[in-house]
Design a protein around this ligand. Structure first.
Ligand code: SAM
Length: 250
């Protein structure tokens, strides 16, 4: 089924170049993904179309004012839409959340903050989710909204044929295995022999092992919750031992 994203922003233009140049572009042309952009400023009843004001209690910066945001959300959000505020105080987006959102919803309203963010009262008026894309602060919610759109669209049924999403990092609690393309040898560096063998079972075994090794080297904490066989646990113990011996030798 197609997926729809309605975006409330003060910077509609921030979306155009990405959405017009990526895989998402084709998905939009093929009517698998629908994007509608709404300018929060259009909803301001202020005669200068003002959308921000100073923070009560003092402090630096400005906040988005309630009126334009409230009216924009009330106008755009229909009953079946899931309302999501992009905000650093939200739940951290990860692959499992992306898959859940993709499975459970096909119409989202994404609200992009700006300046110092939202007046806290906005969260009282509507059922909503809050999503953060990481523990760092960006200048606005536009990049987080694009990240959300890109990630969730890839898991939509309509795009599944276009992308190999089943074996990617995070899907099975591990990082992806090492991959190679032509030529088979470059400046003395060779592609592992097994990948040229055409032996499917051996290739699968190589990839699973490579996946575990990559996870151990780059994100060892992920192995705590990954489902591993007894032999795979032994492999992880072996990797630990190798690292310990190497450190002791140095
Ligand atoms: C400069 S930030 C506001 C930061 C806010 N004063 C704070 O300390 O949490 C402006 C807007 O950018 C967006 N934003 C910034 N970082 C984000 C992140 N990591 N995830 C999601 N949205 C983010 C939000 O929409 C936010 O309202």
């Amino acid at each position: 089924m197609a997926v729809k994203f309605k975006i409330l922003t003060l910077f509609k233009e921030a979306f155009t170049s990405y959405l017009e140049s990526s895989i998402i572009k084709r998905a939009i042309e093929e009517k698998k993904v629908f994007i509608e952009l709404f300018d929060i400023r259009d909803y301001s009843t202020n005669k200068h179309k003002k959308v921000d004001d100073t923070v009560y209690g003092g402090g630096p910066g400005m906040l988005l004012t309630l009126q334009p945001l409230y009216d924009a959300i009330s106008d755009v959000k229909k009953d079946d839409d899931l309302l999501i505020f992009l905000t650093p105080e939200g739940q951290l987006l990860n692959q499992q959340k992306v898959i859940n959102y993709s499975n459970e919803c096909d119409s989202f309203v994404l609200v992009c903050g700006k300046y110092e963010g939202f007046d806290a009262r906005i969260f009282k008026f509507f059922d909503h989710h809050k999503i953060s894309i990481g523990d760092y602060i960006l200048t606005g919610g536009e990049l987080p909204a694009l990240v959300f759109i890109d990630a969730v669209s890839r898991y939509n049924d309509a795009l599944q044929n276009d992308e190999s999403v089943g074996e990617e990092s995070f899907v099975n609690g591990l990082l992806e295995y090492d991959q190679y393309t032509k030529p088979a040898e470059f400046m003395g560096e060779k592609v592992p022999e097994v990948l040229l063998s055409g032996h499917h079972a051996n290739i699968q075994e190589f990839r699973r092992k490579s996946s575990i090794v990559n996870t151990y080297k780059n994100r060892p904490e992920m192995l705590e919750s990954a489902e591993l066989s007894r032999n795979e646990h032994k492999l992880v113990d072996e990797l630990r031992k190798q690292i310990r011996n190497k450190t002791e030798a140095e």
